[in-house]
Design a protein around this ligand. Structure first.
Ligand code: TMP
Length: 212
């Protein structure tokens, strides 16, 4: 449908610890919505393709060292540089499934001891997700899955702190999914939630801004 200004795409964010299964669930959601004929794209943060993203990537792989506040602001800048494109896509009716967003930004930086309000400040004014899906897994369980790739944050001790910070960020609008279930069970729950959101947004649910 061309030119239907009332119908917009949904902004759906998946969050969770490293190895919680987010990335494979994002691809499954993408295929599912495509299969239903929806316009949908898979995005991820950090977006390592931009020049800011390359600085982030070098930091994560320990090729560079940056002050904790500096890297925090780069992660945020990486979202800001995609903001207008994000808004345009949503308004054109495309649903975005996003692998990590501002909540990762705040959880991972506050886990280092940076004040949470300071961490949230640069995110103010970014688009607020229609749905935050948190794939809940105990840090020990995630670590058992193996496959920590050796990036900077992929250590059990740090992931425990991140889990606590996510706890502080959570609000009643988040959908908490038990990520210890089978991939198929997680997928089934996510599909239902996401389809509801896509439908609500098509019907004209307004976009809002962080933090709301
Ligand atoms: P990835 O493994 O999903 O590509 O994410 C890379 C790491 O970056 C992951 O450990 C989470 C962390 N991260 C932040 O610290 N701040 C952020 O804003 C984002 C999006 C990710």
């Amino acid at each position: 449908r061309i030119g239907n200004i009332d119908s917009r795409g949904a902004l759906v964010v998946l969050e969770g610890l490293d190895r919680c299964g987010k990335t494979s669930q994002c691809s499954r959601l993408l295929s599912y919505l495509e299969g239903l004929g929806h316009s949908v794209e898979l995005w991820r943060f950090p977006d390592r393709t931009t020049s800011v993203g390359q600085m982030i990537s070098a930091y994560l792989s320990n090729e560079s060292h940056l002050d904790d506040h500096t890297i925090h602001l780069l992660f945020s800048a990486n979202r800001w540089e995609k903001r207008s494109m994000m808004e345009a896509k949503l308004k054109a009716g495309t649903t975005l499934i996003v692998d990590r967003y501002s909540y990762s930004g705040v959880a991972f930086s506050s886990a280092k001891g940076i004040d949470i309000e300071w961490c949230k400040a640069p995110e103010i004014g970014l688009l607020a997700p229609d749905s935050v899906l948190y794939l809940d897994i105990p840090p020990e369980k995630a670590a058992e899955r193996g496959g920590y790739g050796g990036e900077r944050y992929e250590h059990l001790e740090f992931q425990r702190k991140v889990a606590q910070c996510y706890q502080m960020l959570r609000d009643s609008s988040w959908k908490i999914i038990d990520a210890c279930q089978s991939i198929e069970d997680v997928e089934k729950q996510l599909k239902e939630i996401v389809l509801d959101q896509v439908t609500a947004c098509k019907k004209g649910k307004p976009l809002s801004l962080l933090w709301s």
